[in-house]
Structures are given as C-alpha cells and as structure tokens.
Design a protein around this ligand. Sequence first.
Ligand SMILES: [Zn+2]
Length: 117
Amino acid sequence: MLLNNQIPQTFESLKKSKFRSRFKLTEKDRQYIRDKGIDTIRQHAIDFISARIAPQFPKNDGKQTPMRGHPVFIAQHATATCCRGCIQKWHGIKKGKELSGQEIQFLVELIMRWIEG
Ligand SMILES: [Zn+2]
C-alpha cells in the first residue's frame, strides 16, 4: 500500500499547519461517535468521500464539506480531504479524474486515524 505508507509523514505536515490543526471535535461530535460506534463512522466516511469527493468533477468542489454537523466533516478539514483542491495540494492526487478505490481507502484511513487519535 504505497499511499498508506505516507500517512505518518502527512500527519506531521498537518500538525504544522495552523489552519488544519485548528479543527477539533466538539463534545457533541464525540457523543455522536460513541452513540454510533466507530464502524458506522467509518462507513459514513466512505459514503461521504465516495459521493462528495471521488467523482471526476464533484458537485460544488471547494465548498462541498460543511465546517460542522458531522465528525467526518471536521476530520476532512483537519486532514485536508475536504475538496479536490486540498487533496491535490496536500496528498498529490490530481483533480479532474475519478478517485480509485485505493485513493478512497487512503483518504478514509487519514480521516479515521485523525478521529481515533
Ligand atoms: Zn478543501
């Protein structure tokens, strides 16, 4: 898994970003995670990435991820997986093409490690 090998380094870079490290889960988000269970949250992450990020040209790209309302949204801003521009800049995955299964898995992994950490 080539992409997953870059996860520790990616987290180091994200920590150095003032903007990215500003994002925190609220108590309501934490309660939501406890209520739903981590497997359900992972499924939500897969669903959000697949529907809102993975298409060749995602709808409202750059503005498709709200700043609050779901722990996965917060995690997406914190890990720069919120839109294709941020993903291209931070993770080197080009815009204008549909994401592969492996790329989706990588982005979900980043989101889940951030939430669990
Ligand atoms: Zn973005």
